[in-house]
Design a protein around this ligand. Structure first.
Ligand SMILES: C[S@@+](CC[C@H](N)C(=O)[O-])C[C@H]1O[C@@H](n2cnc3c(N)ncnc32)[C@H](O)[C@@H]1O
Length: 256
């Protein structure tokens, strides 16, 4: 178990889908990848999102450290195979910290990840980007948190809570050092450009209205629960909030 439940990933999936930058998705499709490695796949949201953009018969390797999520990803991939019988999906139960990245052998021609890079440490990112650049592989990394949150109606404690939540996001998440948290988009851009990549980014915030009340409520609970001073803010937010904005960035990096 990783702390990310399939229920939470399903709850956020529509907001993720709406937020992803469609121009970058088209750019990814134009690369015509045939073998894709998705890191921290969860239940397989990247596969489900990208598949309609790609030729049939694409081969995917889905990697996650959570066996339950990976089992669910495998189930969902089997469902997709009914629509696209040529689709090949291999699920690998790997810890991205301890196990080598499966970049050799049947070499991928695209590496992807969603909502992963804000969890990783600066040291892990450096090593990962070295491995990526050594093979001149493109990277499509969607939905890294960028530290910005806004709410309607505004509350005087919003800024304090955002600052506390961002401190929490920078705490260790199992990648051998403090997580990049809200610094992930900028750290990725800098690290990729330093290795000669052309980097395209897009702001891809969640914009959650009252029609997504369950997500809004779970998000408020999650934020309040992560910060020591969250309880009174949670009470007000759960009663009053009609709109929430959570900033993310999508990154597409192409080897020069
Ligand atoms: C925020 S979830 C995103 C899941 C999925 N990409 C999505 O968008 O629905 C982060 C994922 O990274 C995985 N993860 C976190 N740390 C990991 C590690 N050290 N090794 C492998 N997977 C890890 C978690 O199990 C989880 O599935």
């Amino acid at each position: 178990m990783s702390g990310f439940s399939a229920d939470w990933l399903d709850l956020r999936a529509p907001a993720d889908a709406a937020a992803r930058d469609k121009g970058l998705l088209e750019q990814v499709a134009a690369l015509t990848p045939r073998r894709i490695l998705d890191l921290g796949c969860g239940t397989g949201a990247m596969l489900a999102t990208l598949r309609p953009y790609l030729a049939s018969g694409t081969a995917w390797v889905l990697v996650d450290g959570d066996a339950d999520l990976l089992g669910e990803a495998e189930c969902r991939a089997n469902g997709l195979r009914r629509e696209d019988p040529g689709l090949a999906v291999t699920c690998l139960h790997r810890n991205l910290v301890d196990d080598p990245l499966p970049l050799d052998g049947a070499r991928p021609d695209l590496v992807t990840a969603t909502a992963l890079f804000d969890l990783v440490s600066a040291g892990w990112l450096d090593q990962f980007l070295d491995a990526l650049a050594a093979q001149r592989l493109p990277l499509y990394a969607a939905l890294s948190y960028d530290g910005e949150m806004r709410w309607e109606p505004a509350h005087p404690r919003d800024a304090t809570i955002t600052a506390a939540f961002n401190r929490h996001q920078r705490s260790e998440k199992g990648f051998g050092g403090p997580a990049l948290g809200p610094d992930a988009p900028q750290a990725m851009r800098a690290g990729l450009e330093a290795r000669g990549y052309r980097v395209f980014t897009a702001a891809t915030p969640w914009q959650i209205g009252a029609d997504q009340a369950a997500l809004l409520s779970a998000l408020i609970d999650g934020i309040a629960g992560a910060v020591p001073e969250g309880d009174s803010w949670r009470a007000v937010r759960q009663q009053e909030t009609r709109f929430g904005y959570v900033g993310h960035q999508d990154v597409l990096a192409l080897p020069a």
